[in-house]
Ligand binder design. Sequence first.
Ligand code: C2O
Ligand code: CU
Ligand code: CU
Length: 453
Amino acid sequence: MRRVALALLLLGCSSDPAPAGPEFVDTAMPRAVDQNPDPGVVEVSLEAKVGPHGFTTGVTTKNAWTYSGTIPGPLIDAKVGDRLIVHLKNSLPETTTIHWHGVRLPAAMDGTMLSQMPIEPGQTFTYEFTLKDAGLFWYHPHMRSDVQVNAGLYGVIRVRGPNEPVVDREEVVVLDDLSLKADGSIEDYLDDESKMMGRGGDLLLVNGAAARVFTWQPGSRVRLRIVNAANGRFFNLALSGHTFRVIGGDAGFLAKPYDTDHVLVAPGERYDVIVVPQGSAPLALVNDPYDRGHDSGAMPRGTVATIALAGAPTSGPLPTSLPAFTPLADRPTDHTLVLDEKLQPSGDVVFTINGKAFPDVPVIKVPLGETRAFEVKNDAEMDHPFHLHGFFFDIVQKDGKPLDPVLRKDTVIVPKKSSLKFVARFDASGTWVYHCHILEHAESGMMGTIQVE
Ligand code: C2O
Ligand code: CU
Ligand code: CU
């Protein structure tokens, strides 16, 4: 848009009311309203509350938990360098907080029980920090997160940088799954299956609705900003007969985008892909079987959304290289974290790190500004998506072999019976957590802390 304005200035064309429309068709999603006139400040209000939501046609769920009445919560749009101010009112019947997943911020704004007091019902808390990185991030509670996120509390922050690729359309795609009772209410259960695999259900949701339909133009470049907000379900996405060009993920762009027919997205992870829909018949965005352990590979293919094709065909080039980060160098391992599951005499499973469950996992201390290498070993019979707060990490090895290219992420799948090594620079002080992003695992012990001082 700035380029258009500049061109008009150069032409001295002040009488021409050129449409200053967006350069691409943007996703249709409820948005947070910026109440601050300062162009460098985005100031919004959110209210966490219980209310009605239609997850599936003809059914109203009365006990959904929402931010400001929508699922996902309002999309927060900002640009790199903006100051973000969020006034959160808690109108839930219990305490809550917001954690800004993937955002590098001061520890006091991180939303965990180690960084702030729980926000009591009826109270308001203001989060305020500067957005240092471009990318797609998300927000969710960090108190009883297994229950609160499952009931609908999650939303997206999209931070745009100076180097966004040129596309025709952008869709924010928030994945989730859910189980509803016959009366439409959300199941509030924690049976053995959901303790082990995370609460889930047969309803596959995109942006809070089952059977979502997107309408795209044939041949157009559609950028999908995908985030998995499910408690436990991994989405193994495919679009019949099409390839995705993966251009980035949790932490910005990949230097060399690559093509793939499946994108596997674990809870907490983000993927940034471009797809060019072809043909005229509707396409199915599907979730293909993936074995994350404990016989989960036997789950059938499910339809996540339908793509209708309409409008004039368009086309344009896809990005082949993008401005990316400079990876941190590999170094000898400083810390080893072994993820495992232990069957208790009671029959319950406890998820552990180095044999201990949170809060008994020993604190790791790192002097401010230092770089550390971690080896994360998964000895369990299932995959665990490992997530670190406050910092990105560069994955340098997988199963002892160098990873090329190095991936920069904040959440990564550590497959069953395998290991990953990452390097991170701890340049922000405070107490930060790392945990499995299967929320039932995090809540039942697979979480530890890093103290940077
Ligand atoms: Cu999205 Cu502590 O996590
Ligand atoms: Cu997080
Ligand atoms: Cu786990």
